[in-house]
Design a protein. Structure first.
Length: 328
């Protein structure tokens, strides 16, 4: 199984994102993961890094008059080390407490993107802090940034978000898994790199964590791809009076809801696209749920379950793809 841990699992709503808070949340996330290891699953864990990269960029910018600034790819690498350390340590502690002898490693991972990807010419992913109009225009002039306006909060930098093409450390991850190692990898979608003059070169971009996780899951040939997010289910008409959760459905049913506009690009959209990519590539099941319900979801008692068109988790076509609000 591959578990993609959402950024909200480490910095929850209302928190400042201190290391103490993140470590406490990492411990809770690790406890859920250990339950799956106890049940016999062989795992690789990926994670988000949005808030942490934002903090890295802010520190870099504000200290620029004293130390050299850092590029976005380097900030991504630093956040992988930071989060990987917290997750690996938490997993090691929880494994020891459970009496399980499973080695853990956090692997800084690079993800290849195409320099000719259309997204490279059309930045859309907001990163970093908000600026006033004067601050934004100065940064655009001095640093060549692309800037967009958020009418409610100010101006923000945007960068490309290209599709992941290849996981550089794929064979290392595969080898470690084959030796029974619990691997934490592909943090934040991986460090974006392009092939150039026979080598690799980092680029100023952000790769969607769930898309990269789906690629890694497909290439590793895992059976189950679990996406941990901040909701217990995937919902239709999310946060509207008619909101209703999806319990079990096929890839085609999910795609139909996606095409109807139920899953916004900045929220559930990439997770749904990643689920479809994994299933179309031969995956057996995708589960989307909150990290607190992860074990229950794997056991079939919670979460949204998506399966290939030719089967459902029970081996029969689903009678209903929805459940009543508040039900399962």
């Amino acid at each position: 199984m591959l578990i993609a841990v959402g950024g909200n699992s480490l910095i929850r709503a209302g928190e400042k994102g201190t290391i103490v808070e993140q470590l406490a949340n990492a411990r809770r996330t690790a406890a859920a993961i250990i339950g799956l290891i106890r049940d016999g699953y062989h795992l690789v864990v990926t994670h988000g890094n949005g808030p942490q990269v934002g903090a890295q960029l802010l520190r870099s910018e504000r200290a620029a008059d004293q130390v050299p600034g850092q590029t976005l790819d380097v900030c991504g690498a630093a956040s992988q080390g930071e989060i990987g350390y917290m997750l690996a340590q938490s997993l090691q502690d929880e494994l020891a407490a459970a009496g399980l002898r499973v080695p853990v490693v956090s692997l800084v991972t690079q993800t290849i993107v195409s320099a000719s990807d259309p997204a490279m010419q059309h930045p859309t992913k907001p990163i970093g802090p908000f600026y006033s109009r004067a601050q934004a225009e100065e940064r655009k002039r001095m640093l060549g940034w692309e800037i967009v306006e958020d009418a409610a909060r100010g101006y923000r930098r945007v960068v490309p978000s290209p599709e992941p093409v290849e996981i550089v450390e794929l064979e290392v991850i595969r080898s470690l898994m084959g030796q029974g190692v619990l691997v934490v990898a592909c943090g934040g979608g991986g460090i974006p790199v392009v092939r150039e003059n026979g080598g690799l070169h980092g680029v100023e971009a952000v790769i969607d964590k769930d898309r990269a996780s789906a690629l890694l899951a497909s290439q590793l040939g895992v059976d189950l791809f679990a996406i941990s997010t901040d909701t217990d289910y995937v919902y239709l008409d999310y946060k509207k009076p008619a909101q209703r959760p999806l319990l079990r459905l096929t890839a085609s049913e999910l795609e139909e809801h996606y095409r109807a506009g139920h899953f916004p690009p900045g929220n559930m959209g990439p997770k749904v696209e990643s689920a479809l990519h994994f299933l179309r590539a031969g995956g057996q099941e995708v589960i989307i749920t909150s990290y607190s319900h992860l074990c229950d979801a794997i056991a079939g008692r919670a979460g949204t379950h998506i399966v290939p068109d030719e089967k459902t988790a029970t081996g029969k076509p689903p009678a209903h793809s929805e459940v009543p609000v508040g039900g399962r």
